[in-house]
Design a binder for this molecule. Structure first.
Ligand code: ADP
Length: 160
């Protein structure tokens, strides 16, 4: 069985993330979507809230498992016995960041391979940080985030 790990902050999950995960299922039999817990990074949603949103968005796909992890990605891969990481790429700046990360991960554990999928054109401008700005300024998340995520994000930003 071919299994991949799709790690990320998912703060919040966007249609771009879901697209990469959906397309990843054409290649992999199972994908573990893992929310990275980084206490030093300021996030809008708690890790548990991000996990809950991903579970709801992907509830119809039995080949998907949602989890979270803290610490080094390579340690989590070892724990889960996974040797393939799936990441999405949008822009040249993504490429530079992803190159560094995948090389660092290979030094930490040479058995791990990172597979990259190019974003679909209509998602190339979507990032969790842009979405947060759009919603904070009263814009619509239509075509960028699921209505459930938009509702939760509006509630969060109202409280802040
Ligand atoms: P991180 O903070 O680890 O970069 P993100 O949640 O921002 O986590 O992204 C997780 C993964 O999803 C990354 O590989 C990122 O490049 C990819 N990704 C994010 N947005 C999109 C998008 N719109 N299209 C394709 N891939 C995306």
């Amino acid at each position: 069985m071919k299994i991949a790990l799709c790690p990320g902050s998912f703060d919040p999950p966007t249609d771009g993330h879901i697209n990469i995960i959906d397309r990843g299922l054409r290649i992999f039999d199972k994908i573990i979507v893992a929310v990275a817990i980084n206490r030093s990074k300021k996030a809008v949603f708690e890790p548990e809230e991000r996990v809950a949103m991903l579970r709801e968005l992907l509830k119809d796909k039995k080949e998907i498992e949602i989890d979270s992890f803290e610490g080094l990605l390579v340690d989590y891969c070892r724990k889960k016995k996974i040797s393939t990481i799936l990441r999405g790429i949008r822009t040249v700046s993504d490429y530079e960041y992803e190159l560094q990360m995948s090389l660092a991960n290979r030094i930490l554990n040479p058995d791990i391979e990172t597979i990259f999928m190019m974003t679909e054109g209509r998602y190339s401008h979507i990032s969790s940080s842009i979405i947060k700005e759009v919603i904070a300024f009263g814009g619509s998340g239509n075509g960028m985030i699921h209505s459930l995520v938009e509702k939760k994000l509006k509630e969060k930003l109202r409280k802040k």
